[in-house]
Design a protein around this ligand. Structure first.
Ligand SMILES: O=C([S-])c1cc(C(=O)S)c[n+]([C@@H]2O[C@H](COP(=O)(O)O)[C@@H](O)[C@H]2O)c1
Ligand code: NI
Length: 424
């Protein structure tokens, strides 16, 4: 279960200039997180080792907050993952903070294990196991819990380019652990040098549910967290926007999510323009996409360059299913490119009620809002089956089904029946 379950704030991180643990830490403090509380959480895991100090800096002409993690004792950063895990497990931390820290460090350990070809319990961290990196992870998780960021998303992540010197020697950027952590996430090079570090990547991929452009929200507060380097021409910062989507929904006349009438869901639409697929194949493509879990799939006829007739294939899906459906689009059509767009879907609550027509059961889909029916639609496949069984025209049976639904008070504006079924 998500340890941050509940309805609170939405946080969006702008990672277009990269990401590191200390940048996230500073962005959270700048957005209102308490440095003292972060320090207390860090002290619970690694007492007496570091002090968090915040101060304002300028990055490419822009104000930002920098959080320095000052070492109070000498460090020997060669820690095993199991040692860090035991410290976190045994520390006096709030449970949600502990869960997030273990998730972030756990994925860092998995990435290191894969990169170096060792078991996860044999992972030896170098820099990322140092006191300052542990402080970054614990402080960021404490800040996220304190600011109640129950729904986090990020922009595309800039990783950088070139090479970097580390305990492992000179490594190409993105460094191996970063690349491992990027699986399934949208990234771009975005500039020179190491813009995203393993700790930064482990944190955002553990904390964020998805990537998207800045979502529609009412902004409560923002934070700008500085990285160490000041690069001319581009502020080396992570930006955090904190807000709530409920306010936006209410202002646009929509019921707030969770009122039982309207569901707000972040989804994606995959699209491809295809002019060279045998048209007889299309029905099975759409059927296969629906069977594979697409929320909807449809075709729009169009004319492409050089007057070629073509189809626009559109697939609506949960973001988590996008990769799997993308593979299916590539496998089952002739396209060589697919566009992905983030969309918000608003859906009415719905359920099923049955009516009888000359002894034949017809399901009626009832969409409702705030206790009133908005639409009541007889299921067309049931109508076709009844028409076949009764040897009557489909058109007549459809009319009779609509009349039977009305007789059962399934009409727009009527009260929603007490019991609706989940299925047809
Ligand atoms: O500490 C370890 S094991 C480590 C692994 C890797 C690999 O890509 S493998 C890279 N690094 C480099 O360490 C520094 C510090 O990273 P932080 O995440 O603590 O900021 C950075 O340059 C990494 O590329 C360390
Ligand atoms: Ni490594």
């Amino acid at each position: 279960m998500d340890p941050r379950a509940g309805r609170h704030s939405t946080g969006w991180f702008d990672l277009s200039a990269g990401v590191a643990g200390d940048m996230l830490l500073a962005a959270l403090v700048d957005a209102g997180g308490s440095l003292e509380r972060m320090q207390a959480a860090v002290d619970a895991v690694i007492p007496g080792t570091v002090r968090l100090v915040a101060h304002e800096v300028v990055r490419a002409g822009m104000r930002a907050l920098k959080v320095d993690v000052e070492l109070l004792v000498e460090d020997q950063p060669h820690r095993r993952w199991s040692e860090i895990r035991d410290r976190v497990t045994g520390a006096e931390l709030d449970d949600p903070v502990r869960s997030l820290v273990l998730a972030a460090f756990g994925s860092l350990a998995q990435a290191e294990a894969r990169v170096h070809g060792v078991g996860v319990d044999d992972v030896h961290f170098h820099e990322v196991g140092a006191w300052d990196s542990i402080a970054d992870v614990v402080g960021v998780c404490a800040g996220v819990v304190e600011l109640d960021l129950t729904d986090i998303s990020t922009s595309r992540i800039s990783l950088g380019s070139g090479a970097v010197r580390a305990a492992h020697g000179t490594m190409p950027v993105p460094v191996p652990a970063v690349l491992e952590l990027c699986r399934g996430w949208q990234v771009t090079s975005g500039g020179d040098g190491e813009l995203a570090t393993p700790t930064g990547l482990a944190l955002v991929t553990a904390l964020a549910a998805r990537q998207e452009p800045l979502p529609a929200l009412r902004v409560h507060t923002t934070g700008v967290g500085a990285g160490s380097k000041d690069i001319s021409g581009r502020p080396n910062v992570v930006r955090l926007v904190v807000g709530d989507t409920e306010a936006v929904a209410t202002e646009t006349g929509m019921a707030a999510p969770g009122d039982g009438s309207l569901e707000r869901r972040d989804m994606v639409v995959l699209e491809a323009n295809v002019d060279d697929l045998d048209p007889r194949v299309w029905p099975s493509v759409v059927d296969d996409l629906l069977a594979a879990g697409a929320a909807d799939a449809w075709l729009t006829p169009m004319v492409m360059k050089r007057g070629r007739p073509a189809q626009l294939l559109s697939v609506l899906a949960d973001p988590q299913q996008a990769t799997q459906l993308l593979d299916l689009v590539f496998r089952s059509t002739s396209t060589i490119g697919v566009r992905e767009t983030s969309v918000t879907r608003w859906a009415l609550a719905r359920g099923w009620h049955a009516v009888l027509l000359d002894g034949h059961r017809i399901g009626v889909k009832v969409a409702h809002r705030e206790g009133r029916i908005v639409h009541a639609t007889p299921e067309f496949r049931d109508v076709e089956a009844a028409a076949l069984a009764l040897s009557r025209p489909v058109r007549d049976v459809l009319e009779a089904a609509v009349a039977a639904a009305a007789a059962a008070h399934l009409t727009p504006g009527a009260d929603v029946p007490a019991a609706l079924d989940d299925h047809a």
